[in-house]
Design a protein around this ligand. Structure first.
Ligand code: FES
Ligand code: FES
Length: 217
């Protein structure tokens, strides 16, 4: 029979096992098992201590503070309220749109610490301590280059999806000022436009990138 690499490996394992006594083996195993069990018990105990020390919230209103577009907003919200509901209903910021309410369309996109997220999928209470940026926040001083390009390239029809696209493209250009079309398409991959404005939105993003680069030259 041919002695292949796997057979050679098995032979080496047998010879190694023979050189380790049963007592040594069990002693090593016992130490490892006890260490693992101790570490596991300690981390469970730490989690229980933390859970017991946390004050339960709800089901009624809880006082929460959100940092939205650079302003601190104190709100009284039930813990079940989503960030999207908090923004639209309680903070009066209707730029983020509610369409699917189930992480499919991207119309509700806001930035959380600069990263695009679906606001319909996050509880407002969880967004405390993070910087939330909505479409209102980025356009305080008029249209941004991305918004301007979307207008110039006719990148919207009903416009319902537009704020979400603009937020994701804004984040993209911030982290990658000269994206390729593939980068733009990837950044838009979490967004649906029922009016089919995709090609014009992509052109707008690339034009905004070129304009921003030219402005710095
Ligand atoms: S409303 Fe949030 S992803 Fe559609
Ligand atoms: S412009 Fe109408 S859904 Fe996109």
């Amino acid at each position: 029979m041919k002695s292949g690499p796997s057979l050679r490996g098995a032979e080496q394992a047998v010879s190694l096992a023979a050189s380790v006594s049963r007592r040594d083996f069990l002693r090593g195993l016992g130490t490892t098992a006890i260490s693992t069990a101790t570490l596991g018990a300690e981390s469970v105990a730490a989690e229980l201590r933390q859970a017991n020390s946390e004050k339960p919230q709800g089901p009624g209103g809880a006082a929460i503070t959100l940092s939205i577009n650079g302003e601190r907003r104190a709100l009284m919200l039930e813990p079940r309220v989503t960030l999207l509901e908090a923004l639209r209903i309680h903070a009066g910021l209707t730029g983020p749109k509610e369409v699917c309410d189930r992480a499919t369309c991207g119309a509700c996109t806001v930035l959380l610490d600069g990263v695009p997220v679906y606001a319909c999928m996050i509880l407002a209470i969880e967004a405390q301590g993070r910087e939330i940026t909505t479409i209102e926040g980025i356009s305080k001083r008029g249209l941004t280059p991305v918004q301007q390009a979307v207008v110039e390239h006719d990148g919207l029809q009903c416009g319902y999806c537009t704020p979400g696209f603009v937020m994701s493209l804004t984040a993209l250009l911030k982290r990658n000022p000269q994206p390729t079309e593939a980068d733009v398409r990837k950044a838009c991959s979490g967004h649906l436009c029922r009016c089919g404005s995709y090609p014009r939105i992509f052109s707008a993003a690339l034009a905004a990138s070129r304009a921003a680069v030219a402005a710095k030259i």
